[in-house]
Design a protein around this ligand. Structure first.
Ligand code: ZN
Length: 137
């Protein structure tokens, strides 16, 4: 675990706290609506599909496909990853899409393609914060 992590960290809200607590246990917890049965992300207490407040948390498989990506060649002031790195949008098998990083592969457009299968991996960036990232499955 790097103790020099300088990138911005999440600020959990009451709605997102269960997500971050589960991440610390290396579990990808997202929400599902009991009325229309659709999963969604980011965390909120009202279903974005049908506006029902009858929602629940569940553990996702952590598997999905790369929906889209961008290779970042210039770092920010406090980069979470050394450039070049891959900014990715992953579509989970359960349906929702997440902004994340693709790791475990050279940041080379010849090695990365949309729809490639991916799986979550966990980055314990501080003693209190774990971030989900994805790698090729
Ligand atoms: Zn719903």
């Amino acid at each position: 675990m790097p103790d020099d992590y300088k990138a911005p960290l999440p600020s959990p809200t009451p709605d997102s706290q269960p997500f971050w607590e589960a991440a610390k246990r290396h579990q990808l917890r997202i929400q599902r609506c009991r009325s229309c049965n659709q999963a969604y992300f980011y965390p909120r207490n009202v279903c974005p599909h049908c506006l029902s407040s009858d929602v629940e948390w569940f553990t996702a498989t952590g598997r999905g496909r790369l929906h889209t990506f961008s290779i970042v060649y210039r770092g920010l002031k406090y980069p979470p990853l050394e450039p070049p790195y891959v900014l990715a949008m992953v579509e989970l098998d359960e349906g929702p899409r997440m902004m994340t990083n693709l790791v475990g592969v050279e940041p080379d457009p010849a090695r990365i393609s949309c729809d490639m299968p991916v799986v979550v991996e966990w980055a314990d960036v501080t003693p209190d914060v774990t971030l989900p990232r994805f790698r090729p499955a």
